[in-house]
Design a protein around this ligand. Structure first.
Ligand SMILES: *Cc1c(COP(=O)(O)O)cnc(C)c1O
Length: 339
């Protein structure tokens, strides 16, 4: 048995998902003739109450296309210091959009409307023009922390007042929806664009969708081609996404319960300094100085448990479709033996 806690992207399609993929009706999507891709885009848009959707090969591409739809070179993007769009997308905001970034030092990825107000540039020729705010929900580096609906609403109000666009990096928005109990439509009503990942907790092999109004998605489609992301018979992949939206959202709560169990075990270990509260499917924890991160990961690897380092003295565990209860029992036993 191998327990792979490195990421919720490591899942393989289930037999039923594979059946759905094999049965997909496909066509050339660059000619807009792949009915399964069109169906996925329509379905995802309807779920969030948005006009249109655009299927993309990755979450990174989806975020970067959405950002490019909102900003021009020398504009400025406001986001949290922990944001994926800033840290893990290869400097894409500078590369693709030529924009600068103003970083908010939030609390595990969550910041306030007042923070945004503080960071909006004054109308003065010395400063870049503030154009876009990005929220990440759940926040990966924040240990899967969720935003409250009201916190997002307050950011939207500030954006409306100051003519800023608002983008949601919703790679794990379904985890937040399941944990907090707000609806996809409530979330959809707050943002100009949303990116959702099908290949994280939802368990599809590939794919993300950008959601927005018709005009923005038309522009996004142009950029997707420009970025080299126009796909042909992509319906085989889109079918996995449709299957995931139909079957794998509710079950995310199982991942959350398993992450909570890991959090509880970790909190009992004498070599653990701090565990971020595990709200969803991610557990981030810091080891005490006497436990070296690489040694810790090595000891787990020897017991067939895979995990990743997550900054100085920190480790991340992610639960997902391919982690079951007996695996959590096993990990708990191994953690105890390391004490
Ligand atoms: C995984 C992830 C993405 C997209 O990543 P890809 O690997 O490019 O699909 C975007 N934002 C967050 C918060 C993520 O965790």
């Amino acid at each position: 048995m191998i327990v792979d806690l490195r990421s919720d992207t490591v899942t393989k399609p289930t037999p039923n998902m594979l059946d759905a993929m094999m049965a997909a009706k496909v066509g050339d999507d660059v000619f807009e003739e792949d009915e399964t891709v069109l169906q996925l885009e329509k379905k995802a848009a309807a779920l969030f109450g948005k006009e249109s959707g655009l299927f993309c090969p990755s979450g990174t591409m989806a975020n970067q296309i959405a950002i490019k739809c909102h900003v021009q070179p020398a504009d400025e993007v406001i986001c949290d210091i922990s944001a994926h769009v800033y840290n893990y997308e290869g400097g894409g905001i500078a590369f693709h959009s030529g924009a600068s970034v103003r970083l908010i030092y939030g609390d595990r990825g969550v910041f306030t409307a007042q923070d945004v107000l503080n960071y909006i540039q004054p109308d003065n020729i010395h400063y870049p023009v503030s154009k876009l705010v990005c929220i990440e929900n759940t926040c990966n580096r924040g240990g899967g922390r969720c935003w409250e609906l009201q916190e997002m609403q307050q950011i939207k109000d500030v954006c409306d007042k100051h003519q800023l666009k608002l983008h949601l990096d919703g790679a794990r928005i379904f985890n937040a929806i399941i944990h907090k109990g707000y609806s996809a439509k409530e979330v959809g009503s707050l943002f100009d664009t949303i990116s959702i990942c099908l290949s994280k907790g939802l368990g599809a092999p590939v794919g993300s969708v950008i959601l927005g109004d018709k005009e923005t998605i038309k522009t996004a489609k142009r950029y997707r081609k420009l970025f080299g992301g126009g796909m042909r018979q992509a319906g085989y992949l889109a079918a996995a996404g449709i299957y995931a939206l139909d079957n794998h959202i509710e079950r995310l709560k199982e991942d959350h319960i398993r992450a909570k169990r890991l959090e509880e075990s970790l909190n009992k270990m004498n070599y653990v300094a701090e565990v971020f509260p595990a709200e969803t499917n991610i557990v981030v924890f810091r080891l005490k100085p006497e436990m070296n991160v690489n040694d810790f990961l090595q000891k787990l690897a020897e017991k067939n448990i895979k995990a990743v380092g997550f900054g100085p003295q920190a480790v991340r565990f992610a639960t997902h479709l391919d982690v079951n209860d007996s695996m959590i029992d096993y990990v708990t036993e191994v953690l105890k033996k390391l004490a």
